[in-house]
Structures are given as C-alpha cells and as structure tokens.
Design a binder for this molecule. Sequence first.
Ligand SMILES: N[C@@H](CCC(=O)N[C@@H](CS)C(=O)NCC(=O)O)C(=O)O
Length: 287
Amino acid sequence: MTDTYTPPKVWTHEAGNGGQFANINRPTAGATHDKDLPVGEHPLQLYSLGTPNGVKVTVMLEELLALGHSGAEYDAWLIKIGDGEQFGSGFVGANPNSKIPALVDHSTKVPTRVFESGSILLYLADKFGAFLPKDPAKRTEALNWLFWQVGATPYLGGGFGHFYAYAPEKMEYPIDRYTMEVKRQLDLLDQQLASNQFIAGDEYTIADMAVWPWYGALVRNLVYEAAEFLDAESYKHIHRWTDEIAEREPVQRGRRVNRAWGPEESQLPERHSASDFDAPPAEKVAS
Ligand SMILES: N[C@@H](CCC(=O)N[C@@H](CS)C(=O)NCC(=O)O)C(=O)O
C-alpha cells in the first residue's frame, strides 16, 4: 500500500465516507421518517428485496407453498434500501436493525415480528414443521450450518465483496485478507458437499436455503464478478449442489420475488398471489 491513514482521536461521520453506500450508511440506529408499512390480506407479510438475504426467505415461502402449506401464503412488499426505505418508522418497528428481510406474522394473537434472515428461516421451519429434520442430531447439524452461514457470510459480502467490487479504490491488504477467508469458506463447503448431497446431510433444509443464494451465486459469477479471481471453477461439488438447487421450481419462483432489476422476466417486485408470477410485465412493477 502506498497510502497510509492515521485515524483521528475520535472518528466523525462525514458525508461521503461510506463509499458507494454513503447515501444510506449512517452511524446511528432508528427511524429517520414516519412511514407505515402496507399490510395485505395474507397471514405473512414480508418486507424485503431480492438480494441474497431476501431470496433465502422467498425461496422458503415458495417451498412451503409447494409442499401444500397454504398458511404460508404471503404478501411480499418491496423495500428500496437504496432510497432509505428501511429507515421508515413502520419498517424499523418490524426490524429495529433496519435491514431487509423483515417478516410480520399476523396469524398470531398479537402480530409477531421476525427479523434476521436466519431467524426467519428457523421461525418458518418450526411453524410449519418443514425443512428442518425432526431427529435431534440432524436438526442440530442443519442449525450448525444455518448459523455458520449467518456468521460466515459477512466476510464474503461486507469484507470480500465490499473491497473487491465496491470500494472506491482497490487495496491489496483487505482484498488479500478477505480472499483468503472466502476461499477457505469455499473449500469448507466443497469438502462438505463432496460427501453429502445437501449442506447438512441427505435432506434439503433451511441450511441449503441460507447458503445457496450467497455461495451458489458466487461460484456462478452472479455476485461481485469474482468467479475467475476466486478460481470458482475448481469447487466442483459446490457447482453440483448449486445446479441441483437451481432446478427446483420453488427456488426459481422465490428468486424472482422482490427483484426489481435485471431481465424483465426475472423480476417480480411485489408478490401477493401465486398468479402474480404469470402477470404481464406492466402489472408486475411496484408502484
Ligand atoms: N444479518 C442480516 C443481514 C441483512 C442485510 O444485510 N440486509 C441488507 C441487504 S442484503 C440491507 O438491508 N441493507 C440495508 C442497509 O444496510 O441499510 C440478515 O441475515 O437478515
């Protein structure tokens, strides 16, 4: 590194020191404006965006519906995080951490708020008794990998992805540090998937739903354009698993929900019923 930085005694927030995300980053929590959340007709109300963390939940909901759990019908509302909608008072009420996804379950006596994608997956798995093995040892193994994902992926997204793809300039030190860790994570997953069909064994679980939108997308070059840099081709078992999951119809539906970019046919900014997937493009655009 040619440039060095001497931190001041006390850090101060200056406009622009959040890089590409300067307009939404701020050092305080809480609402910035009053705005109620819309509520549709289904028991489950999802406030989200089709990023990997959002896709985990929409895949789970579509999988539950495909299994015949009609109680998993949901309204999915678009939260435009680039416009700061996660700081509206209604959203902050659903998730004080101001990040998508947030779910509100209106089927309980008092509506239950659920935030953090891992917590939402676990809540839904327990509520419907699906995608989490009943056998205690297998359940624990699935939860091991679910919590692994929640803890590991910030190194991929907030660390590697940020410095490799988004930082205003390329810096060797953080890119090296996070590349090392991400490649270690990929090798771990590859070894695990060499001897297991799914992440936690022989059953498809919420652990697969948590890991796939991130690491599947990474090896398929759908995030950060880093597949070549990471030699993603070499993780053969991750590729096998990624393709297998991508073929599932509920996964194909779930990855479209709350997506408001990319090819027209891949988008479904809001979802209020199963028939929305077949709606003509003009009717799909969230107002
Ligand atoms: N640990 C959280 C992470 C959620 C998260 O980082 N969401 C991002 C989009 S993928 C977000 O809402 N960012 C808006 C912001 O940081 O203001 C989870 O798994 O739910």
